[in-house]
Design a binder for this molecule. Structure first.
Ligand SMILES: Nc1nc2c(c(=O)[nH]1)N[C@H]1C(S)=C(S)[C@@H](COP(=O)(O)O)O[C@H]1N2
Ligand SMILES: [Mo]
Length: 412
């Protein structure tokens, strides 16, 4: 039984909002869904995921309902270079999430080490700042965690805790310029409207070093693939930090605080930290000497049109298709192997939608009938970084970027 929003706190908040004008109240029409029609089995233990429809979403793979954690079924990544909004994965840490936003009263405030604290309505942000658009991959730091061996704690995601969208909004830098930051500013902290259910659970706050926060590519987004953001993906505003893991992409963003020091609140420290070494990895059982906040994404690639365990008909040559992405240097090459990595051939790259986007690729492959094959892809970015041939491990299951394998059997 999927029940999106049943906690009293959120109800109370809904009741208090007597007048919802121009807002979105999709989640208000909450329904208790009948038992799920179908499910998908991920290839690791306890990998059964019911497919359930949430507001503004097509059926997605449910990991948890409170808070909602929904995974995109992998074949969807083969349909289009951009992940449709209704199929985009969902991840919240805290269960008290507003079910509607009143745009009459909604404000984004900026305060802290600034010359003039200000707050803006959505309309202000859309009208007073230059709109910019960027294609970028949003990927959970723990995407593919379920494949960690040995198994690690945390949400057991398959490969579908990621998505690529065309984001539209204003540059965070322009916003910071408008309020004027003080000379001692060092970090910028972001808060959204979601709140913990239990006392003692820390609010979800994330921060970026000022230098990264003011990069050209960082935007406060009010649109995703040409539409307002789905409420589960952060309506009306979310931070978009191209190249960085999604933990920094704060949803339902309503508060920005400029700090004159590093942020050591829970979600920056100790949460979301990785071992301070080149691979961000450890041997199972080993303890990290030093840890640093997770930041930019590692290069990855996937085959999207053939699933593991498939039997494929090889009347003629088969066309293998996939996607690749990195932290924003851009994909230089995708290599493909059908013999377990002994030989690699370059795939043809698809249209370039920008350095932070998924890059599609394809390659025509001849396979012999009635044989087993291991299909693999290996992406290399423009500074020569490539995927790991063998999975690296850390106790949070972050940063996975191993070459994945698809096992198929051909028939004549
Ligand atoms: N306000 C808020 N923003 C958030 C989070 C959250 O819990 N609350 N989770 C982050 C994490 S860890 C991920 S993976 C992404 C998920 O984005 P999505 O739900 O749009 O796919 O949102 C990020 N932004
Ligand atoms: Mo995440």
């Amino acid at each position: 039984m999927a029940h999106f929003n049943s906690d009293g706190l959120t109800r109370r908040r809904l009741l208090q909002t007597s007048l919802v004008v121009g807002g979105l109240s999709v989640l208000g029409k909450q329904s208790v869904l009948a038992s799920s029609p179908k499910s998908i089995e991920l290839p690791f233990s306890r990998g059964d995921r019911p497919l359930v429809t949430f507001p503004e979403k097509r059926p997605l793979m449910v990991m948890t309902t409170r808070p909602p954690q929904l995974e995109t079924p992998f074949p969807i990544f083969n349909d289009d270079v951009f992940t449709p909004n209704d199929a985009f994965f969902v991840r919240w840490h805290l269960a008290n999430i507003p079910t509607s936003i009143d745009l009459q009263t909604f404000r984004l405030s900026i305060r802290g080490r600034v010359k003039q604290p200000l707050s803006f309505s959505l309309k202000d942000l859309q009208e007073q700042f230059e709109p910019v658009e960027i294609a970028a991959v949003c990927q959970c730091a723990g995407n593919s965690r379920g494949f960690s061996e040995p198994r690690v704690a945390g949400g057991q995601w398959g490969h579908g805790a990621m998505g690529n969208a065309l984001w539209k909004g204003l540059r965070l830098r322009d916003l910071l310029e408008k309020v004027g930051i003080e000379s001692d500013a060092q970090h910028v902290r972001f808060d959204g409207l979601d709140r913990p259910v239990a006392d003692g659970t820390p609010d979800f706050l994330k921060s970026l070093p000022l230098n990264d926060a003011t990069a050209d590519s960082v935007i406060v987004a009010y649109a995703m693939n040409g539409e307002p953001l789905p409420i589960l993906n952060g309506f009306p505003l979310r931070l978009v930090v191209p190249g960085w893991y999604a933990t920094y992409w704060v949803k339902m963003l309503n508060d920005i605080e400029v700090l004159n020091q590093e942020d050591h609140k829970f979600w920056m420290d100790p949460a979301y930290r990785i071992p301070d070494n080149a691979c961000g990895c450890l041997e199972p059982g080993e303890k990290a000497k030093d840890k640093i906040p997770i930041s930019t994404m590692k290069v990855r690639s996937f085959i999207t049109n053939i699933h593991d365990g498939a039997t494929i008909d090889i009347g003629t040559k088969i066309l293998v298709k996939g996607i690749a992405f990195d932290q924003g240097y851009g994909i230089d090459q995708v290599l493909f192997s059908s013999d377990g990595g002994q030989h690699w051939k370059a795939a043809k790259l698809g249209k370039d939608y920008g350095d932070f986007s998924f890059r599609q690729w394809e390659i025509a492959v001849s396979l012999k009938p009635v044989q087993s094959y291991q299909l693999q892809s290996l992406a290399i970015n423009r500074i020569g970084e490539s995927q790991q041939l063998h999975p690296k491990w850390n106790p949070n299951g972050y940063l996975r970027n191993a070459v994945e394998a698809i096992h198929v059997r051909t028939q004549g």
